[in-house]
Design a protein around this ligand. Structure first.
Ligand SMILES: O=C(O)C(=O)C[C@]1(C(=O)O)C=C[C@@H](O)C=C1
Length: 421
């Protein structure tokens, strides 16, 4: 009796099957006894064994075991799948960027948008439609939402779903995931498939190719084998472009994205308010900050607002940032306090002290000591009124006549405490 071992697998390099011929490229493989054949799920092929029996796998989802009886040779033929027809809703910067990858993988792109991109599309072999109705009449296999986060709800609600085939897959590339997932589940007909994705790159970061860039996806609802096939074919666009495919729930994506992408955009936006400029002595770190600022502000504020408003984890990250900034300030000013205490309590003399006469008319209690010499405290000691919290140290004001008199008051109060009754 022939048997096989699931532990000995012959793995076929998927690249061996990138056929140049339009349909079949047979590949012959020899199997030693007890080997099984494992095929990448994105390959669709038929397999025949040496003893003449054929195994038509259709689409291979997992390990295919073909070694049985006396078969010593298998022939694997790749069958070219029919290219997908992908209809893009929202054809701005991001839609155009994604369309390039879809076309590179041999699929057909249709597009519609609020603005007219017909000239752009004509030059690139993309069919542009002036409205959703006419695009949906073409019954694309996949509807890909590339609208801004803020307009997505109205776009999705106005899809003429009745014109689409029941096996349609609706996918999106928004930078947040729980929102489109829940919206799709609520609005789309039950028979539609749903795949939520987030390419963690864009026209700038992906301009030299998509290799190794993360691509997050969540197969939210796949109702049947036909949808499963289309879904895998759609995902394999990004896989074949070299993306690092990360399957993740929408909830988990949003948690991670708030702590990474949203924080990055927030820091970039904060820095943009400092109006940083290049100088002759830029450090590498500073160059990175300049770059971050430029990248962030070149994205629309709507995108940034979307990252905040449509991710339930974003507010918490703003609070974390606030706290972190306070902690850093406190660490800095705690050191300043140490120095001040040394001067005030331990009376460690300062190099820069000078002696001035106190003003006898300003306080009756000190009039008897009007001729005393008083040392000037450092200029960064704030007035007592301003010492509400530690951050009052953050903006040292230069000594002014008014400041000097309040400074003297502090010293006199100190004197009163320390002098014998
Ligand atoms: O490369 C760019 O152009 C981007 O701005 C990409 C960027 C980002 O880095 O935040 C912007 C939005 C997308 O969600 C993913 C990535």
């Amino acid at each position: 009796m022939a048997s096989y071992s699931p532990y000995q697998q012959l793995q076929i390099n998927p690249n061996a099957f990138k056929s140049k011929a339009p349909c079949f490229v047979p590949t012959t493989l020899s199997l030693s006894s007890n080997q099984t054949l494992k095929l990448n799920r994105s390959i669709c092929c038929s397999i025949s064994t040496g003893d003449g029996r054929g195994v038509d796998t259709g689409r291979i989802d997992d390990v295919v075991v073909i070694r049985e009886k006396n078969a010593e040779e298998v022939v694997v033929k790749e069958e070219r799948e029919k290219p997908l027809k992908i209809g893009i809703l929202g054809f701005g910067n991001f839609g155009q960027f994604i369309a390039k990858g879809i076309q590179r993988q041999g699929h057909t792109v249709l597009a519609t948008s609020r603005s007219d991109h017909s000239d752009y599309c004509r030059r690139r072999g993309i069919q542009f439609f002036q409205n959703m109705e006419s695009m949906c009449e073409e019954q694309p296999d996949v509807i890909l939402i590339c609208s801004s986060i803020l307009s997505t709800e109205s776009v999705v609600r106005s899809i003429p779903t009745g014109k689409l085939s029941p096996d349609t897959i609706v996918a999106d590339v928004l930078s947040v995931k729980q929102f489109p997932r829940n919206l799709f589940l609520e609005v789309l007909p039950e028979e539609f498939g749903i795949v939520c994705t987030h390419p963690m790159f864009g026209p700038e970061s992906g301009k030299d190719g998509w290799g190794k860039l993360p691509f997050v996806y969540d197969r939210v609802r796949i109702a049947n084998a036909n949808q499963a096939r289309k879904c895998e074919q759609f995902l394999s666009i990004f896989e074949t472009e070299g993306c690092r495919m990360v399957e993740m729930s929408s909830e988990e994506h949003d948690r991670h994205a708030a702590g990474t992408q949203f924080i990055t955009h927030t820091i970039g936006r904060i820095l943009s308010h400092l109006e940083l400029e290049s100088t002759p002595i830029n450090t590498k770190g500073y160059e990175t900050l300049l770059q971050l600022t430029e990248n962030t502000v070149s994205d629309s504020f709507d995108l940034y607002y979307g990252l905040f408003m449509y991710n339930v984890n974003a507010t918490e990250q703003i609070d974390n940032l606030d706290r972190a900034f306070e902690t850093v300030k406190q660490k800095l000013f705690a050191r300043l306090h140490d120095i001040l205490r040394k001067q005030i309590v331990e009376r460690v003399p300062m190099n820069s002290t000078e002696e001035i006469s106190s003003n006898s008319s300003s306080s009756s209690s000190s009039s008897s000591r009007s001729e005393n010499k008083v040392s000037v405290v450092p200029y960064f000691l704030p007035s007592s009124q301003n010492m509400k919290d530690i951050s009052s140290f953050s903006k040292p004001a230069p000594p002014s006549p008014q400041k000097t008199s309040s400074t003297k008051k502090v010293i006199r109060e100190e004197d009163n405490i320390s002098s014998p009754a």
